[in-house]
Design a protein around this ligand. Structure first.
Ligand SMILES: C[S@@+](CC[C@H](N)C(=O)[O-])C[C@H]1O[C@@H](n2cnc3c(N)ncnc32)[C@H](O)[C@@H]1O
Length: 227
């Protein structure tokens, strides 16, 4: 299956609202966001640490991370290109009672508005397949994360075999038709584990491993892995 890139930002308010409405009301997605937060926490986020969520969108992962780690004094920053997505993220955080724990920053991940080594951990979900130049963003993640900090860059996986495609087709049937096109767009624009490993190898990230699941892929470094 050939890779078909998707556009970078979800910039129109109507599209942002639709994304927010669908993801916000889908209990499987909300459960996945909570699991992603736990997976990040397991990689090692220190008490009082600072976490960056790259391509935070309407903030669901950032909110899940802040909810899971707020008692340990962890602060979360959500970065996104799209003011429309960030406006909805702020509303979602307010509704979750998390206002003081998350900062929303408009900005481009190609040139992040953060200092070197500012973050103890960097997270990203479902954004990688939008990036036209992932190596440049990996380099920015390498710059803003502490030398032994954790990162977890998670995305859908391009499905090359018929059985996960059949599974995805079944999932697609449960998704409203206007959103189904984005679901398949994400899968078609995502990377295979091999492609992703080749891209990361060209970047300044170190100590990484690529984790491949049935329908997902991630670039991971835990703070206890060798760097
Ligand atoms: C499919 S949404 C995922 C949102 C969120 N991470 C989630 O899991 O629900 C992808 C997001 O990545 C953002 N994005 C894409 N390219 C970006 C870039 N270069 N810099 C910052 N954000 C970017 C888009 O604006 C969009 O909000």
């Amino acid at each position: 299956m050939k890779r078909i890139p998707e556009s970078e930002a979800i910039s129109e308010m109507a599209d942002a609202r639709r994304f927010n409405e669908f993801m916000g009301s889908n209990r499987f997605r909300q459960q996945e966001y909570r699991e992603l937060a736990q997976r990040l926490a397991a990689l090692g986020v220190p008490d009082g640490g600072k976490v960056l969520d790259v391509g935070t969108g309407t903030g669901f992962v950032a909110i899940a991370v802040a909810t899971a780690l707020r008692e340990r004094g962890v602060q979360v920053v959500g970065l996104d290109l799209s003011p429309a997505m960030l406006a909805l993220a702020a509303e979602n955080a307010q509704r979750a009672g998390l206002n003081g724990d998350i900062t929303w920053r408009e900005g481009n991940a190609y040139a992040m508005p953060f200092a070197d080594g500012e973050f103890d951990a960097v997270m990203s979900n479902d954004s990688l397949h939008h990036w036209e130049n992932p190596v440049q963003i990996f380099n920015e993640i390498a710059r803003v994360v502490k030398p032994e900090g954790a990162y977890f860059i998670h995305d859908s996986r391009r499905l090359e075999h018929w059985w996960p495609r059949l599974f995805a087709w079944g999932i697609g049937l449960t998704i409203p038709p206007d959103f189904r096109v984005h679901y398949w767009g994400s899968i078609h624009s995502s990377y295979t584990p091999e492609e992703l490993a080749a891209l990361v190898a060209r970047s300044r990230l170190n100590g990484w491993r690529v984790e491949a699941g049935f329908m997902e892929v991630a670039v991971v470094r835990g703070n206890n892995t060798e760097v």
